[in-house]
Design a protein around this ligand. Sequence first.
Ligand code: PEP
Length: 261
Amino acid sequence: MTGRRPLIAGNWKMNLDHLQSIAFVQKLAWTLRDAKHDKGAVEVAVFPPFTDLRSVQTLVNSDELPIAYGGQDLSAFDSGAYTGEISGAFLHALDCRYVIIGHSERRQYHHETDETVATKVAAAFRHQLIPVVCVGETAEDLETHGASAIPVAQLREALAPVTRGSEVVVAYEPVWAIGSGQAATPAQAQQVCAALRAVVAEVLGEDAGAATRILYGGSVKAANIASFMREADIDGALVGGASLLLEEFASIAQYQKHVGI
Ligand code: PEP
């Protein structure tokens, strides 16, 4: 027992419009209720597109659904002439609990650097959002530097603006495993997650190291989640493709019922 509440988080990316988000979240809540999901034992969160968040907020609040939610990104700035950007203040106003920062698709397609990630982490804290900081190596990095060097360096920089006592979630997502169907082995993911936990402990203190949730992401599905969750330093999953499949995602959230765990 670690005392860390596992988090199963679904990153919808640019999928499901606001009407579809209502249907999905409602059905997810029913499915979890029917499965007698214990929200105290495993937290479930979804990360819909920005345009869905108001609908998700209304549904979650009015029906008191046991589902957390957050944005997939935020601006490093709080307000002003930044066309197309979304302020952390707006996410906070929609009761978002989390915000994903530094996803590899943001790093790749929007040229976000470790420095950008750090400024966004600072912005998340200014608006009482818990950052879900994504780190991970490319296939090339893996070959050149091994598995942990790049994620460790990325996390060190991302934590620079974090003050002791602030909650952060770390997601280890090897870029080569995202959307490829080729997940990391649980042993490799554990090794990197342990190295990331050591960074959190070094930068934010032993207590933070012990308390911080570290997720694995990259081709997670119902068939492999239990093998990751058996590892000592893996506290949940950031799920992409499988988070759009209702039964599959609900089954991932129910991993404790899977054989052998
Ligand atoms: C992701 O994009 O964060 C992700 C983990 O995707 P997938 O589960 O599809 O590999």
